[in-house]
Design a binder for this molecule. Structure first.
Ligand code: ADP
Ligand code: MG
Length: 140
């Protein structure tokens, strides 16, 4: 399997409840390594641009407001098959449908406030990583 990188975000519902460490322990326990990390508040422009793919969806406005509602932690994870593996550990988008032991099952509030973001393809991971990090900020 290939070594990949993926973009992970701890979302505001999770930072608010002080869950960053507990969530990231699941990723580390699954064999993924942190190679970049930053805590920030997204600007509206950043949140709209990041979720541009969803701009026609009914939930877009609410999603952007939620992503602005508190700090986020943006991070790059590296490991074997990291894009798909990270999404497996995250669980399904809707916590009610997520498998036992996943981040969203254990910590997600609802389909919107689902605690984490993860890139959905290697191609999107590269775009999302460069959205937040320069090469010099990624230290493997
Ligand atoms: P994922 O984060 O699992 O890749 P999507 O890309 O489909 O899911 O959606 C992006 C984010 O938009 C979700 O993680 C969630 O925060 C929010 N979202 C998705 N579907 C809904 C919905 N039906 N209602 C409200 N928010 C949603
Ligand atoms: Mg997605």
């Amino acid at each position: 399997m290939a070594i990949e990188r993926t973009l992970s975000i701890i979302k505001p519902d999770a930072t608010r409840r002080n869950l960053t460490g507990k969530i990231n322990a699941k990723f580390e326990d699954a064999g993924l390594s942190f190679i970049a990390q930053r805590r920030l508040r997204l600007t509206r422009e950043q949140a709209e641009a990041f979720y541009d793919v969803h701009k026609e969806r009914a939930f877009f406005g609410e999603l952007v407001d939620y992503m602005l509602s508190g700090p986020v932690v943006v991070q790059v994870l590296e490991g074997e098959n990291a894009v798909a593996h990270h999404r497996e550990v995250m669980g399904a988008t809707n916590p009610a449908q997520a498998d036992e032991g996943t981040v969203r099952k254990d910590f997600g509030v609802d389909v919107q406030e689902n605690s984490v973001h993860g890139s959905d393809s290697v191609e999107n991971a590269a775009k999302e990583i460069s959205f937040f990090f320069s090469d010099a900020e990624i230290v493997g």
